[in-house]
Design a protein around this ligand. Structure first.
Ligand code: BES
Ligand code: ZN
Length: 586
């Protein structure tokens, strides 16, 4: 037995799936999918085949000729789910499994009509990264094994399906619609994605379209109108865009992430729609994953920094190309603040602040933090500074080309860099970055005049003249830099002058509310409750619940508001907040 991903039962010595044919009927009343999945192997195979499942009820398994294939479902592991072992007769080319999913499927959120913008139709969406695809489909759920797929989804005819794939067509049969999709480029299973709801779209360019609920689609189209320029900038930096289309899906507010790089169809939180395009760097981030992550993929979650650290670097290069180096430096400075905070949060588990992690027995959702993002970013910047930008860019292009449609480990990265730029790893003390805790002292500090202007105001209330022309990034950075705990007097002055509590840019608003809560300014609690009951993005829930639960005077309210809001949260957001409340004894 040779398992090589701590988060999968997939075994290297066994058959490897090359292609998935998936047919699922979506049933909103029971919140289940009734489905068949046909796994076609790279080569005819025999013997044991271990698949990943979570909360799946398997009713039948047959081979390509309809002959039964023996199968056994093991007791579930709390992190991995249940191993499904098939015993393949020799020469098996494909196996078809019939099953249904559970209402608790960890990849799915089922929304009642009242939880949507339109209020009339239900909504369903998936989020498979890191290890939730197995709650939708029994498969080898490791990014080491890429698959192509074809899918048909049967849904109520009033609803539209979108998938991170190419559309083949829609057929209405009675009160149902059957939508067919296919994904010709091989993907890691965590990139399987779809949504079902009352959806409308607007074309932004020949290869970009934005999808959203009808009442949101105009605002979304305006907010993301510049996406084609982003792709053009990214192609100049990283090579041709390989996925044909780059569509965007504006999610319901309970979407737990800012964005998810599902291929051909990036999922985005609706909190990006601020009316001033202030947060579109998240779109640049998900676009950048089209190269770093979706083309060159981390082999396991232990090498997650290869996805996210590279993507932060690529995101900031796109921002630099479109908005200039000063804006990119503000983003990097904010990143450094967030990195310091994440490292402080992991004080009791410093091994999770290494870039290369050991996650045997660790749920990747629990290990999630900005460390692989921002420490990875500063590590790549250190290498760039050591070898110079031209050499670094040339290497990066070669790295992307050489590992295209592959899955790699940190060692693969090191070997590739060392061969192309001998001595670069040693020059930056790569072991300290990769296998050491915290941030090496040699990490570069971002620099720009705009950044200096914000730094000069650290801890003092600025005048209206001093903030004239500030973008949301400058505001957020200013707020994050206020030494903790902030003085109540400063908080009151800031709110009186700049009406921060009434702000609508959630990145700035949440930085402000966290600061004010930490200063004991309980006047903001109503606004905090409003945020955590209307938005399910974990980046906002985490600091707000942490601050509420930490302060004895608001601990009860933390518990009460969670009791009220938790049914509307995504399962993984619910799990995260439960952890915060538990740790705080709330
Ligand atoms: N791929 C991630 C989201 C993710 C990571 C989902 C791990 C599940 C497990 C996505 O690209 C991401 O990084 N989103 C960030 C965007 C930000 C860094 C610009 C987010 O959601 O905040
Ligand atoms: Zn990312």
């Amino acid at each position: 037995m040779a398992r090589c991903d701590p988060h999968s039962y997939a075994d290297d010595a066994q058959a490897q799936t090359a292609h998935l044919d998936w047919a699922a009927t979506v049933d909103f009343p029971t919140q289940t999918l009734a489905a068949t999945a046909t796994l076609t192997f790279r080569a005819p195979a025999g013997g044991a085949l271990d698949l990943d499942t979570r909360d799946l009820a398997i009713t039948a398994a047959v081979d390509q000729d309809g002959r039964p294939v023996p199968f056994a479902l093991a007791a579930p592991d709390p992190i991995l789910g249940a191993r499904l072992t098939l015993t393949l007769p020799d020469g098996t080319r494909a196996v078809t499994l019939t099953y249904h999913t559970a209402p608790t499927a960890s990849a799915l959120q089922w929304l009642a009509p009242a939880q949507t913008a339109g209020g009339v139709h239900p909504y369903l969406f998936s989020q498979c990264q890191a290890i939730h695809a197995r709650s939708l489909v029994p498969l080898q759920d490791t990014p080491r094994l890429r698959i192509t797929y074809a899918a048909t989804l049967t849904v109520p005819r009033a609803l539209t399906v979108v998938m991170a794939a190419a559309h083949r067509g829609r057929e209405v049969v009675g009160d149902r619609a059957v939508e067919a999709w296919h994904m010709p480029q091989p993907i890691p299973p965590y990139l399987l994605a779809f949504a079902v709801g009352d959806l409308a779209s607007r074309d932004l360019s020949p290869r970009c379209r934005v999808w959203a609920e009808p009442s949101v689609v105009e605002a979304a189209a305006w907010e993301f109108a510049e996406v084609e320029q982003m792709i053009t900038a990214a192609e100049a930096l990283f090579g041709p865009y390989d996925w044909e289309r780059f569509d965007l899906l504006t999610m319901p507010p309970s979407f737990p992430y800012g964005g998810m790089e599902n291929p051909r169809l990036t999922f985005l939180t609706p909190t990006l729609i601020t009316g001033d395009r202030a947060l579109v760097s998240v779109v640049a981030h998900e676009l950048a994953h089209s190269w770093t992550g979706n083309l060159v993929t981390n082999a396991t979650a232990e090498h997650f920094w290869l996805n996210e650290g590279f993507t932060m670097y690529a995101e900031r290069r796109i921002v630099e190309a479109l908005e200039g180096p000063a804006v990119a430096s503000l983003h990097a400075a904010l990143g450094r603040r967030e990195l310091d905070e994440s490292i402080a949060r992991f004080a009791a588990r410093p091994e999770l602040t290494h870039l290369r992690t050991k996650l045997d027995g660790v749920d990747p959702d629990d290990a999630y933090s900005l460390v692989p993002y921002e420490k990875g970013y500063f590590f790549l910047c250190a290498i760039e500074a050591a070898v110079g930008r031209p050499a670094f860019e040339a290497w990066l292009k070669r790295y992307l080309a050489d590992f295209r449609f592959g899955a790699i480990t940190t060692d693969d990265f090191c070997a590739h860099l060392e061969a192309a730029l001998p001595g670069a790893l040693a020059a930056v003390d790569a072991p300290a970055w990769l296998d050491g805790a915290g941030i090496p002292a040699s990490a570069q500090a971002p620099r720009s005049e705009r950044l200096d202007a914000v730094l000069a105001l650290t801890g003092v209330a600025p005048t209206a003249a001093q903030v004239a022309g500030w973008t949301a990034t400058e505001w957020q950075l200013y707020l994050e830099l206020v030494p903790r705990p902030a003085s109540p007097a400063l908080c009151r002055e800031l709110d009186a002058r700049f009406a921060l509590t009434a702000g609508t840019n959630h990145d700035v608003l949440v930085s402000w509310l966290t600061l004010a809560l930490g200063a004991g300014e309980l006047g903001v609690v109503d606004r905090v409750e409003q945020v955590v009951t209307t938005v399910g993005r974990m980046k906002y829930l985490r600091p707000l619940y942490t601050a509420l639960a930490k302060e004895p005077r608001t601990r009860d309210r933390a518990r009460a508001v969670f009791a009220r809001a938790s049914a509307s949260y995504h399962p993984i957001a619910r799990q995260m907040v439960e952890g915060i409340l538990r740790d705080a004894g709330a």
